[in-house]
Design a protein around this ligand. Structure first.
Ligand SMILES: Cc1cc2nc3c(=O)[nH]c(=O)nc-3n(C[C@H](O)[C@H](O)[C@H](O)COP(=O)(O)OP(=O)(O)OC[C@H]3O[C@@H](n4cnc5c(N)ncnc54)[C@H](O)[C@@H]3O)c2cc1C
Length: 383
């Protein structure tokens, strides 16, 4: 059994425990941490990975409410010696200064020895062909169309559908946060391509999902409307030169309309779930009514993190008071160009990133507001 001292002295990578324990556990700064770790901690032993040395994080474990995960045995973690487990990276030896010298049991060095032996056993099994090495690969290729089977279609609102596509269990789609993929469709001998931004976690294996709004006069979305389960759809990617790097900016203002929420959603998720990311993110999300709003539950979850706030702008909502949920900030109008400018002028201009995604006219207005606020051009990105 682990005790507080044992875990404090451990070389487990907390982020990885978080990943294993549940989607919201990654952020140790999260207010919901204690709750989530209790809910999900039983999952920890059934998953993979031995951690790296992460002395910076160990101190946080002394906090009493983090002890929910301490009811674990050492063998629970180095699952690289478990049949069917993945080939884990070789454990890194702790630095002499990682040992606090207070006689912890197990000490970081004991854990390293244990992890190393487990890793060596796994390596030998793979070398001797007794265990298949399961490497995670990318399902998508940028230069070749790959067909993916539709395994689920969910109606999200009157005009938007969530399409789920099957990929192999040991594959991720292979895109980065903020990137998009391209679909190819044919009609009357003509080939059309359109971009879509998957809303699934970029690390997700076995499936990817895209949220697509169907336009009554849309050339491709009218074809998409006819998609059904089992159809094989050709995709290519990833594309897009936007790559989010942690802590590059002090704040990010996201200006999204309609399905323009898709790339923003990925980026918000990446920021809030990274405990090391100090970036403050604000989203202005324009839609017609509450029923047109996409990913509303997920956005409400993000609002529980300290560094994310948002406001809805609903141009046609007739009953804001009745349909507004607890803590949602809502304006029953379009996003004003002047207010965007004012908001931007309040902060450090050179350390502000402005992200814009929506209709052409929305994008034009929002980019102009950012420019009027003297945000440098290189800090304004239109998806
Ligand atoms: C980088 C990128 C990522 C995108 N990601 C997504 C996504 O995740 N989900 C999604 O649904 N769409 C997304 N789009 C938009 C998508 O690529 C298509 O433009 C959209 O599905 C319409 O295609 P269509 O052929 O049906 O419409 P078209 O035949 O090209 O256009 C017909 C009419 O539909 C309307 N229309 C088209 N596109 C838009 C729009 N974006 N906003 C408002 N009105 C529009 C206009 O009135 C237009 O005149 C993305 C676009 C880009 C550039």
């Amino acid at each position: 059994m682990w005790n507080e001292a044992g875990l404090v002295a451990s070389n487990l990578d907390i982020k990885k425990i978080g990943t294993l324990a549940g989607p919201n556990v990654k952020s140790w700064n999260s207010r919901r941490w204690g709750q989530e770790i209790r809910e999900h901690s039983p999952l920890v032993p059934s998953h993979q990975i031995v951690g790296d040395v992460n002395p910076l994080k160990t101190e946080r474990l002394t906090n009493a409410h983090h002890l929910a995960i301490l009811d674990l045995k050492m063998e629970d973690f180095p699952t690289c010696d478990r049949p069917g487990g993945p080939a884990a990276p070789q454990p890194r030896a702790p630095h002499p200064s990682d040992c606090c010298g207070t006689g912890c049991c197990p000490c970081v060095h004991d854990i390293y020895e244990h992890d190393l032996k487990a890793w060596q056993r796994q390596r030998d099994l793979i070398r001797n062909g007794k265990q298949e090495e399961r490497l995670i690969s990318a399902a998508l290729e940028p230069h070749k169309w790959t067909e993916f089977e539709i395994i689920r279609i969910d109606r999200v609102n009157s005009s938007t559908f969530l399409y789920s596509f099957k990929i192999a269990d040991n594959q991720t789609l292979g895109i980065q946060v903020g990137q998009h993929i391209i679909v190819k469709q044919e009609k009357n001998g003509r080939v059309y391509t359109r971009q879509y931004t998957p809303v699934t976690d970029v690390d997700k294996q076995g499936v990817f999902e895209v949220l697509i709004k169907i336009y009554p006069n849309g050339k491709v979305t009218q074809i998409i409307k006819e998609w059904k389960m089992g159809d094989l759809i050709p995709w290519r990617g990833p594309f897009g030169d936007f790559l989010y790097a942690t802590n590059t900016y002090k704040r990010v203002l996201m200006l999204a309309a309609g399905t323009g929420i898709a790339p923003m959603h990925q980026i918000i998720k990446k920021v809030v779930e990274n405990e090391d990311d100090e970036t403050s993110v604000k989203l202005y999300y324009a839609s017609k009514t509450f029923s047109d709003v996409l990913l509303r539950e997920s956005l409400a979850e993000f609002c529980q993190y300290w560094n994310f706030t948002m406001r809805y702008y609903l141009s046609d909502e007739s009953d804001v008071r009745g349909n507004r949920r607890y803590r949602e900030e809502v304006e029953a109008r379009r996003v004003g160009k002047a207010e965007v400018q004012e908001e931007l002028e309040r902060g450090p201009l050179h350390s502000t990133l402005v992200l814009v995604c929506g209709t052409k006219s929305f994008e034009k207005d929002m980019v102009n507001s950012a420019k009027n606020a003297n945000i440098p051009d290189e800090n304004i990105y239109k998806f």
